[in-house]
Design a protein around this ligand. Structure first.
Ligand code: NDP
Ligand code: PYC
Length: 355
């Protein structure tokens, strides 16, 4: 930790927000999850995802999620002692049953199988079933890209989002993430909700007393509104009108019925008012550029780099560049956490020296 870092100073007695090192973020997350009843092997990948989001400045899926994680762990359908069960399927499919625990340990354990099959077949599919899912997808596709593979990941969520032209929630906020390897550089990664805003960001806007941009949602009577609380009680909207609705529908189908799992509507019904994280499936597809590219890996790599250069040459930025910048800064300086969130985490048993 750099000298003069705020965590090394005595904390002020007033209501100031709290600086934490990334190690302290991980400790807080892990201790809260362990106190809520998750065994170490289940808790650690969840704490890591929360820490990675704080590190990369993606606060909507960072520590803010911990109280919801506890609520999920305490909900009737969740299995704290779930252990992912990997089913080696014939051909290019890996299936892992998360056993009604979090998705993250299932991904962690299945990744080496996905990598092996992708190198063997050129493309392989990971179907995660029966998983509670609250997390960002970029950590997963970034890991796949750092293995030299391209990766695509998607999940449904809960039915909070109305289709284009409708007023009733049917779709989830359905994130889609993609990673492309760039040897010697950080991978190209994008990861976004197919709703106009992620629900986590709408909740954060409500918490901060902010209004939303136009086009994010409808109130309970189906009228357009910029009030975050009214949208949370009404319906969110997809980005890009009918195009976002179609993409979101594709995700419902591919990460739902295609892999034998629930749609966002099914996830909401399964929840039965418990207000736990959505529970459904996740689809991850990995591609091996060396196998699919016809043999001249270097020429293909240069083609991809030429594409990216045309963006940056004209001043456009690539997705994830802000994340990588935030990562570099926060690894040195730590992160600032709102005092009320910090206090809530401590109430939940958070210990920042638990590592
Ligand atoms: P954002 O709109 O914050 O970001 C979307 C992507 O676009 C990022 O990769 C971002 O890169 C990139 N980007 C943003 N601005 C630009 C720009 N000007 N030029 C180029 N690229 C840009 O994402 P969302 O709010 O929609 O989603 C946030 C998170 O919520 C995601 O990680 C998602 O996985 C998660 N989520 C999870 C759900 C679940 O069920 N588990 C459901 C819905 C969302 P950069 O990061 O560098 O800014
Ligand atoms: O931010 O929309 C969201 C979200 C839903 C589930 C996890 N994150």
């Amino acid at each position: 930790m750099p000298k003069g870092h705020p965590v090394t100073e005595d904390m002020p007695a007033d209501n100031a927000d709290v600086w934490l090192s990334l190690n302290e973020v991980g400790s807080l997350a892990l201790s809260v999850l362990r106190k809520a009843g998750l065994p170490e092997a289940h808790a650690r990948p969840v704490a890591q995802s929360i820490t990675d989001c704080e590190r990369d400045g993606r606060k909507s899926h960072g520590l803010l999620r911990l109280p919801g994680c506890v609520m999920t762990i305490e909900s009737p359908n969740f299995r704290p002692d779930a252990e992912p069960r990997i089913h080696e399927m014939d051909g290019a499919i890996v299936r892992v049953d998360a056993g009604f625990g979090y998705s993250l340990p299932a991904f962690e354990q299945a990744l080496p199988h996905l990598e092996r099959k992708t190198r063997a077949f050129g493309v392989a599919v990971l179907a995660i079933n029966n998983c509670f899912h609250f997390s960002a997808l970029w950590p997963e596709v970034e890991r796949i890209a750092r293995l030299g593979l391209a990766g695509l990941a998607m999940t449904p969520s809960h039915s909070w989002v109305a289709p284009f032209g409708g007023t009733r929630p049917v779709l989830g906020t359905n994130p889609l993430a993609f990673g492309w390897p760039r040897p010697g550089q950080d991978p190209y990664v994008f990861d976004f909700a197919t709703s106009a805003m992620a629900r986590g960001d709408i909740a954060m806007a409500g918490r901060n007393g902010e209004t939303l941009p136009e086009g994010c949602g409808l109130d309970a009577e189906g009228r357009s509104t910029t009030d975050p609380k009214a949208v949370l009680a009404g319906a969110m909207l997809t980005f890009g009108g009918h195009k976002g609705t179609a993409l979101s529908t594709m995700i419902e189908l591919l990460a739902g019925p295609l892999i034998g799992d629930l749609t966002s509507r099914g996830s909401m019904e399964f929840d039965a008012g418990a207000q736990a994280a959505p529970c459904h499936g996740e689809l991850v597809i990995a591609f091996d550029p060396d196998r699919l590219g016809g043999g001249d890996a270097e020429t293909n790599r240069q083609r991809a780099e030429a594409l990216f250069a045309e963006f940056t040459d004209q001043g456009a930025r690539l997705p994830s560049q802000h994340r990588y910048l935030a990562r570099a800064a926060n690894e040195k300086a730590g992160v600032l956490v709102p005092r009320d969130l910090f206090d809530r985490i401590v109430e939940l048993g958070g210990d920042r020296t638990a590592f």
